[in-house]
Design a protein. Structure first.
Length: 276
C-alpha cells in the first residue's frame, strides 16, 4: 500500500509540475501561483483538521513543518532562478540528484536495511530521474557562478526536505499537524515575495488547483514514509519527472528522445526490482 501511495505522490507532483510548466509558458508568475497554491492548501488542511478534531499541533510539529514548507518553497524559487541563469540542459538533472540525500540518510540515520536487489532498483530509478530530464542542446544564459549557486541551494533545500519529512514520521508526528505547519510556514515565506509582480485572477485559480493536488500528494507522501521504506519511497517520488515528460508529449507535442525512452524502461525496471 505504501508503494502505491508513493506512486500516487509521484503522479501528483508530476501533474503540478506540468501545470507550472503550462502556466509559465502563458507568461504567468511562478511566485504568485506558488503563494496561492500554498495558501489555499493551508486553508484546506486547516479546515479539515479543525472539522475532524485531528489537529493537535505542538512546538516540534510547528517548527519542523514550517522548516519543510520554507525549504520546499525556496527550492522551487531557486530552481526557477537557476533556469534563468544557467544551462537548461543540466539544471533539472543536477537538482533531481538531490534524492541521494534522503536515501543515504535513511540508511545512515534511520538504520533502514534493504536487500541488494532493492538497492539496484533504487539506483535505476534515481539514474532514470536524472537522465530523463537531461536535454542536450537546450540553451540558457552563461552566468555560471550565480547559476551553480542557485542549483546548489535548490539541491540542498530539496534534499534536507526529504530527510526532515522522514524525521517527522520517525517522531510519530501526525501528517495533519505537519501539513498545517508546512503550508502555513510556506505561505508566510512566500508572502514576503508577493506583490513584486502584478497579480492576476488566473494565477489565483491555478494556484488553488495546485493546492488541492498538493494536499492529496503530500498526504500520500507522509503515509508512504510512515509505513514504508524511505530509501525506496524517495526515488519513487523522484519519478514525477516521468509524468511531466509524458504529459509534455501529449499537451505540448514534444517528442521523446531515445535516451528518455531508455530512462523510462530503466525506471520501470527499478520499480520491479524493489518488489522482488
Amino acid at each position: 500500500m505504501w508503494l502505491f501511495a508513493a506512486l500516487t505522490t509521484a503522479v501528483g507532483f508530476g501533474v503540478n509540475n506540468t501545470i507550472f510548466k503550462w502556466s509559465t509558458s502563458r507568461g504567468l508568475s511562478k511566485m504568485n501561483i506558488q503563494f496561492f497554491f500554498y495558501f489555499v492548501a493551508f486553508l484546506i488542511i486547516l479546515s479539515s483538521g479543525v472539522a475532524s478534531g485531528s489537529l493537535h499541533p505542538n512546538m516540534t510539529s510547528l517548527l519542523l513543518g514550517s522548516i519543510i514548507g520554507v525549504l520546499n518553497a525556496n527550492g522551487n524559487i531557486q530552481m526557477a532562478r537557476a533556469f534563468e541563469k544557467g544551462p537548461a540542459s543540466l539544471t533539472s538533472p543536477l537538482i533531481a540528484a538531490n534524492a541521494i540525500f534522503p536515501v543515504l540518510a535513511a540508511g545512515a540515520i534511520f538504520h533502514e536495511q534493504i536487500p541488494f536487489l532493492h538497492w539496484l532498483g533504487v539506483l535505476c530509478m534515481m539514474g532514470s530521474a536524472v537522465v530523463i530530464q537531461y536535454t542536450p542542446g537546450a540553451k540558457g544564459s552563461t552566468d555560471y557562478l550565480p547559476w551553480i549557486g542557485r542549483v546548489m541551494f535548490a539541491f540542498v533545500s530539496f534534499g534536507l526536505l526529504g530527510i526532515l519529512m522522514k524525521q517527522s514520521s520517525y517522531l510519530h508526528i501526525s501528517s495533519m499537524d505537519m501539513l498545517v505547519a508546512m503550508y502555513g510556514g510556506g505561505s508566510l515565506y512566500l508572502a514576503v515575495w508577493l506583490g513584486r509582480e502584478r497579480i492576476q485572477i488566473r494565477e489565483a485559480k491555478i494556484g488553488a488547483l495546485l493546492g488541492i493536488v498538493s494536499v492529496a500528494s503530500f498526504s500520500c507522501y507522509f503515509y508512504a514514509l510512515k509505513t514504508g521504506i524511505a530509501s525506496i519511497v524517495f526515488p519513487v517520488v523522484s519519478l514525477n519527472c516521468l509524468v511531466v515528460i509524458l504529459t509534455g508529449c501529449y499537451l505540448f507535442k514534444e517528442r521523446l528522445k531515445p535516451y528518455q525512452v531508455c530512462g523510462i524502461f530503466t525506471a520501470l525496471l527499478g520499480l520491479v526490482l524493489t518488489k522482488i
